[in-house]
Design a protein around this ligand. Structure first.
Ligand code: ADP
Ligand code: ZN
Length: 620
């Protein structure tokens, strides 16, 4: 459309300045206007002589005609896409799908739920919040008598592996009711009508098993916002979502079905799902903090056979301090790996060494003993890792180092393990120090070999992400100012940026300036400490794995105070362990209530309606 207008535009240029032609490549309207502006400045065209730009959409049919081949191709592609799977060897499944229309794929667990609240650790607030559903399922009458409306369901949100499914299951376990589970993606089918039919079927199943808990995992698959930039298959997903809403509205307080749903993308859910009477509670389960991790370790250490000198509580605390950033699932994985490693070594009990190896394995992936690095490559990796280690050692805000290794592992050629502070607010200086430490690897390669390798890709990605986040999300750049936009997440379809072309260019420039200045700073630092980097690299080549004590031996103690033990980490946060007394207290309260049922006073009614309604505030 721009092109059409531009034809006349060129002629305008020709008429007024017939001796000079100005040619532009037109990428976008923005760049075009900018180029025109510059050109007019160059020619010294003033005021009213300036060319006005008028946009209009013209259509003489030729446009449509020119689109015809594209339309045909797209149509053909869509047609084959619909037919594709059946045509390409999926015939059997396709027909099966047709015949089993609407048959739900949900699983019903009745008596085999042995998960209780005590098996879910590190999310006491969430437990407290969900306790109300247990009470409701156990004594529905108590609520009905009072005319209380019970929330129909809750959405459990949080990163993967934090125990959302586990908590939902434990809720069923505590209430001693059947647990019906289904995955949101099971409603998405190629065939029209299957999704909604499955939803109807699922809810019929739930009604049949009432009182029960219905758990829909990954509800974002069906619950996406309606009518927003999704292509194809969209209307079918919308129908499924509509059916889900209709079914939820059809439940009343006497149905005795509680619907829980899990997702790690609450931001893309359709707001209609969260309206009162549907999923009116959102329970956030964040990644566990150090105390939470200690509690989760305690849960998973329980069934393990440890060496008799080991005190489980102490071990749990120690491991918690070594595993920042781990989710509940990672922790379960570490405990199982430790047992497997012990078995592989034919030990009859698990010791601390096994746990340390298990942690390394979960962080770095499997050790690749067979992968042979050329001596030259090995040297590069050693200097790269030494660069990270030395840079971090002398940057105040960089995380304390635990160990550096140049044994190739599944996820990379070398790796360094750090103990990041558990921190929710970062200053600009802290982020800059982290960037510099991350750049340390490449800088070291540059200093020692005068060439750079592909080994720094992951580092560069992290640095770029951090730089963009600082400027676009955290408003930490002077020129761009105090603004915040959402950065696209992995897998998001980015159709247009929420800011103008000019802002985009400014952001890109500032990101480059920020990274360059961090790079320069790191070069200066490592040039100054060049001898140290060399020492550490040589030690790495000799031993392959070095830890903090080697670093202290080579570089002297780190010039900044650092925390490394559990006790130091939790200092100033009140108690040594997580406060798990709340849900227990509530349970007793509930028992007391059953006893006093006959003589309910006004006060008690008031306290009942203000049952734990604490909604967790989400910190950055
Ligand atoms: P999500 O549904 O949040 O992705 P899951 O509930 O499936 O995570 O967790 C996977 C496994 O990780 C669980 O079966 C359990 O063994 C372990 N796990 C996760 N969170 C916890 C926790 N808070 N307490 C104990 N174990 C946990
Ligand atoms: Zn690196």
């Amino acid at each position: 459309m721009y092109l059409l207008t531009l034809n006349s535009f060129y002629s305008a240029v020709n008429i007024n300045y017939s001796f000079q032609y100005v040619w532009f490549n037109i990428g976008s309207v923005d760049t075009f206007e900018r180029n025109l502006e510059t050109a007019q400045l160059e020619f010294g065209i003033e005021g009213e002589n300036r060319l006005p730009v008028v946009y209009s959409a013209e259509s003489d049919g030729s446009f449509l005609l020119s689109m015809l081949p594209t339309v045909l191709i797209v149509g053909f592609l869509l047609y084959t896409l619909r037919r594709g799977p059946t045509g390409m060897g999926r015939t059997g499944r396709g027909m099966g799908g047709l015949f089993s229309v609407g048959e739900t794929t949900a699983k019903v667990l009745k008596d085999e739920i042995d998960v209780k609240f005590k098996d879910v650790a590190g999310c006491e607030e969430a437990k407290l919040e969900i306790m109300e559903f247990v009470n409701f399922l156990k004594n529905p009458k108590q609520y009905q008598d009072l005319g209380a409306k019970i929330p129909k369901g809750a959405i459990l949100t949080g990163p993967p592996g934090t125990g959302k499914t586990l908590l939902a299951k434990a809720t069923a376990g505590e209430a001693n009711v059947p647990f019906i589970t289904v995955n949101g993606s099971e409603f998405l089918e190629m065939f029209v009508g299957v999704g909604p039919a499955r939803v109807r079927d699922l809810f019929a199943l739930a009604r049949k098993n009432a009182p029960c808990i219905l758990f829909i995992d990954e509800i974002d698959a069906v619950g996406r916002k309606r009518g927003r930039g999704n292509f194809g298959g969209q209307s079918e997903q919308e129908n499924t979502l509509n059916q889900l809403l209709v079914e939820m509205d059809g439940f009343n307080t006497t149905t005795n079905v509680v619907i829980l749903a899990g997702t790690n993308r609450p931001d893309i859910l359709d707001p209609a799902l969260m309206r009162p009477g549907r999923f009116d509670r959102q329970i956030y389960i964040g990644p566990p903090d150090i105390k939470g991790r200690a509690s989760i370790f305690k849960v998973h250490l329980r069934p393990l056979k440890l060496e008799s000198i080991i005190d489980k509580d102490n071990l749990a605390r120690k491991l918690a301090s070594l595993t920042p950033g781990f989710s509940g699932a990672d922790i379960a994985n570490v405990c199982n790996e430790a047992a497997l490693i012990a078995a592989r070594h034919l030990s009859d009990a698990i010791n601390q060494k096994h746990f340390e190896q298990a942690i390394e394995r979960v962080i770095g992936g499997l050790e690749k003993k067979t992968q042979v690095l050329q001596p030259e490559e090995k040297k590069t990796v050693a200097y790269h890792e030494a660069g990270h280690a030395v840079a971090g050692w002398f940057l105040e805000h960089a995380d304390p180092l635990l160990k550096v290794s140049i044994i190739p592992r599944g996820k990379g050629l070398g790796y360094a393990q750090y103990l990041p502070r558990e921190q929710y607010l970062y200053t600009k200086e802290q982020l800059l120090d982290r960037m510099c430490m991350t750049l340390g690897g490449r800088v070291s390669e540059q200093i020692f070999f005068g060439r750079i390798t592909t080994g720094a890709q992951d580092d560069l990605k992290k640095v770029t992400q951090s730089a963009y986040a600082q400027i676009v999300q955290f408003g930490m750049n002077e020129k761009v100012g105090q603004i915040s936009f959402d950065l696209p997440r992995q897998g998001d379809m980015v159709l247009e940026k929420p800011y103008s072309e000019a802002t985009a260019r400014l952001i890109d420039e500032e990101v480059r300036t920020l990274i360059n200045s961090a790079y320069e700073r790191t070069v200066t630092l490592l040039m100054e400490k060049k001898a140290y980097v060399e020492k550490v690299a040589l030690r790495l080549l000799e031993k392959e794995v070095i830890d903090k004590s080697d670093m202290v031996e080579l570089l002297g103690p780190r010039p900044f105070a650092e925390k490394s033990t559990y006790e130091e980490f939790v200092e100033g946060t009140g108690s040594l362990d997580e406060d798990t007394s709340l849900p227990e207290g509530l349970k007793d309260w509930n028992k007391d209530r059953e006893k006093e049922k006959e003589e309910t006073t006004d006060e008690q009614i008031a306290s009942l309606t203000s049952l734990p309604g604490k909604i967790m505030e989400q910190v950055i």
